[in-house]
Design a protein around this ligand. Structure first.
Ligand SMILES: Cc1ncc(COP(=O)(O)O)c(C=O)c1O
Length: 295
């Protein structure tokens, strides 16, 4: 099943979806994005994703040219077109929704005044969950030497289309057989993964690096804090070092498209028992129980 793509109001299949090369999103990576997914064909935590998109856009001085309600309508039209193209095969398919907002088309200059209108893209395709083994057996991750962007440079709080830092880290982890890459910040502390946030569990308590460590404020990360409260699992923010990973009872990663995935190996070292642990399982069960609240 291919993607259905909206570009400034025009909805087509993926081969016809194009953005001009003079778009500053293409020329300079100037733009922001969000990735959402549906459950029961409804975007999960939509309001939170849009609030983050507005924060990201404000951090690069980019105007968001739509209301949340308007964009939801445009996502709905794109999703309808996707499902129309599938027929009965589309039944039961949930969606991955990527919304991109770029500076738009302009002259070859960094002057934002040359770009009168931002470009809006919506990519809709089937949500592909991690394989069941990832949840049942856990995954291996690689602690990579590529340093997460310094917050004083391209701040990781901006969910930016400029993903070279993340892509290089992920590609390195992949070459070493990892499902994900863990990155440190410029101080050598653990920050996050290339496309997910990271939690450690020790003595029944979970911890994750603070935003100040230079990481994306994951929507799932935030929801997991709330799941910890309702499930009776204490979760806090804490500065984490390499030793905290190797000393942990459990580790897990979180993201919109993966929910909560247990990590059982970092590089060639086993985490805890080498099996997904009880705290991770409790939080995942609580997360899934609470999904209807976010629809
Ligand atoms: C760098 C990075 N960190 C964390 C996340 C997880 O964020 P969320 O839970 O909002 O999907 C992502 C998601 O794409 C990401 O790219």
């Amino acid at each position: 099943m291919g993607s259905t793509i909206y570009v400034n109001g025009r909805i087509t299949g993926e081969s016809e979806a194009v953005v001009p090369v003079l778009d500053h999103g293409f020329l300079y990576g100037e733009g922001v994005y969000e990735v959402m997914r549906t459950y029961r064909r409804t975007p999960f935590l939509y309001g939170r994703h849009m609030a983050r998109m507005r924060r990201s856009a404000a951090m690069i001085d980019l105007e968001v040219p739509f209301t949340d309600e308007y964009l939801l309508g445009e996502i709905g039209k794109t999703a309808d077109r996707f499902y129309q193209g599938q027929g009965p095969e589309g039944d039961g398919v949930e969606l991955y929704i990527r919304v991109l907002l770029t500076r738009g088309v302009g002259a070859i200059t960094y002057d934002t005044r040359s770009c009168p209108a931002p470009t809006v893209v919506i990519i809709v395709k089937p949500q592909v969950d991690p394989p069941p083994e990832a949840y049942d057996e856990g995954v291996k991750v690689i602690l990579v030497p590529i340093v997460r962007n310094h917050p004083g440079s391209v701040n990781p709080l901006i969910k930016s289309n400029n993903l070279l830092n993340n892509a290089l880290a992920w590609q390195q982890a992949r070459r070493q057989g990892g499902f994900e890459a863990i990155m440190r910040n410029y101080r050598g502390e653990i920050s996050e993964c290339s496309q997910s946030n990271l939690f450690v569990v020790k003595d029944g308590q979970a911890a994750t690096p603070p935003l100040e460590a230079g990481l994306l404020a994951g929507i799932t990360r935030e929801f997991v804090f709330e799941c910890g409260q309702s499930a009776g699992v204490p979760i806090r923010e804490a500065t984490l070092l390499d030793a905290d990973l190797f000393d942990a009872d459990e580790l897990f990663l979180t993201s919109t498209t993966r929910e909560i995935v247990p990590i059982v190996q970092v590089d060639d070292r086993k985490v805890g028992t080498g099996r997904p642990g009880p705290v991770t399982r409790t939080l995942l069960a609580e997360f899934r129980r609470r999904i209807p609240e976010g629809l």
